[in-house]
Write a protein that binds this ligand. Structure first.
Ligand SMILES: Nc1ncnc2c1ncn2[C@@H]1O[C@H](COP(=O)(O)OP(=O)(O)O)[C@@H](O)[C@H]1O
Ligand SMILES: [Mg+2]
Length: 244
């Protein structure tokens, strides 16, 4: 009896620490912009559940709302209506500071337009997520060194973003997104400016991160990149459907 109780208590503690129903649960998300009396709809009635360990691809024509959806998932943008639960936290009820904290602690984001910080070097850009996570100096150094090495950009470490090609900036953006080992990686056309071989390397890297348990949502136009994931969602004019 005592043993059973202990076991239940142990299970309960385990569950309450590690268990959440979904990594992401969106309920009836809507996004629109107001122009005068008119509403321009960007996202319409999006409901979506993503499990931990999923590797989801979002596809669809330009202007369909893909980046907007990814920004909402990354807590960088707020929907006008609907609910967003991230690891069981009702993010629509949090304030901006709390949402930023969640972003910094759990989310890595590869921006379509890189969004590197102009005043920081390649090294410093890659290091920033580790500062938010309060990782100590020595460990930071070795983690950044490993990234520079892995992405073949050691020689670029003291350069500023404007001194890099688009492809190189994209690599720095990917390195910055994954260095903190986020629970969720959001990547907006992450290989759009890379040579096909580099693109393949990034996709192989994502695949291995996913196999280690990282949940990934990518936006891509490439059917080949979509093959790396386990689900495909299509957006068109703000409407979503899961196609496989
Ligand atoms: N601040 C804004 N004000 C008005 N419309 C916007 C704004 N931001 C984005 N949009 C519009 O939302 C639509 C979806 O944009 P986006 O999510 O970037 O699409 P995608 O990434 O699929 O190309 C586009 O038509 C875009 O013009
Ligand atoms: Mg986009």
């Amino acid at each position: 009896m005592e043993h059973l109780l202990e076991r239940h208590l142990f299970l309960f503690i385990q569950l309450s620490i590690h268990f959440y129903l979904y990594m992401i649960a969106l309920h009836n998300i809507e996004k629109f912009y107001k122009a005068g009396m008119q509403r321009t709809w960007i996202l319409r009635d999006i409901s979506l559940k993503i499990n931990e360990g999923d590797f989801v691809t979002i596809m669809g024509p330009s202007g369909a709302g893909k980046s907007t959806l990814l920004n909402i998932l990354g807590l960088l943008e707020q929907p006008n209506n609907g609910e967003y639960l991230f690891m069981d936290q009702a993010t629509h009820k949090l304030n901006e500071r709390q949402r930023t904290k969640i972003h910094q602690n759990h989310i890595g984001f590869v921006f379509q337009a890189y969004h590197l910080i102009d005043e920081l070097t390649v090294y410093e850009n890659i290091e920033t997520p580790l500062l938010y996570k309060k990782i100590k100096g020595g460990e930071r150094k070795s983690m950044v060194a490993e990234m520079l090495d892995r992405f073949n950009i050691v020689a670029k470490k003291d350069l500023f973003p404007h001194q890099l090609s688009g492809g190189q900036q994209q690599l720095v953006g990917v390195a910055r997104a994954i260095i903190g080992k986020p629970n969720l990686l959001l990547a907006d056309e992450p290989t759009g400016n890379l040579h096909s071989k580099q693109g393949e390397e990034i996709m192989d890297l994502f695949k291995s991160l996913n196999e280690e348990g990282m949940t990934i949502v990518q936006v891509t136009h490439s059917e080949k990149n979509a093959q790396y994931g386990n689900r495909v969602i299509e957006l068109e004019d703000g409407w979503m459907k899961e196609i496989r």
